[in-house]
Design a binder for this molecule. Sequence first.
Ligand SMILES: [Zn+2]
Length: 255
Amino acid sequence: MFKLFRQWLDNRVIQRSIITDAQWAQAFYSLPLLSGLTGEEKKQLQKLTILFLHHKVFEGAQGFVITLPMKLLIALQACLPVLKLGLDCYSGWLSVIVYPSGFAPKRTVTDENGVVHYVQSDLAGESWQRGPVILSWDDTEFAGVIDGSNLVIHEFAHKLDMQNGVANGFPPLHANMDAKEWVTAFSTGFEDFQQQCSRGEPIDIDCYAASSPAEFFSVLSEVFFECPHILYKKYPAIYELLRQYYQQDPLTRLG
Ligand SMILES: [Zn+2]
């Protein structure tokens, strides 16, 4: 009963959308990573995007004004990873905060000796557990160009990872997936990747992925959606697990 009521509410929101065909066309044109989606998948992505825009609150930081085309670019990319998983994966938090450019929050960090430090470092994006996703528009505007890096997908992959606690590169898997297989493939890949980065070997994947298992999952999710051939060639077992997890096959889609 509740499910039917919710479907009715969702349909009402979708039907009342004020986004024009021209605005959709412009947004899709700006996001080449969506080009391989089928007509049906594009329609589904549009529906998810409308619901995402309805349920999430966009806030501009430092006086930044977020227009509808900007929101569309962010929401379409945020919804791509959950195209087959549904928007419930993003429940439990509300805001997307957009800074005009990189931001440098002041934080208190306690080190292993119990000493408290005040730190301030430049960030392009951030995801808080049960809190907002924070993005810099400078790093978001052209994120959908296919180059293997995508800030929006990166931060929302952290959100997926955080569904079962702190981000650790182990999101809740589907019932038909093997947790042991996931842990083995990701931890083996992570160690190998860390070693290659520390040796300074040329790699097509950002060495930021070597900083933690959570970053490894998020960065590889970016590569999975934008340059799947790179991930498939380097870590085929991880590609296969991400294919099962996201229930999408960008390698077939993007060629
Ligand atoms: Zn990250």
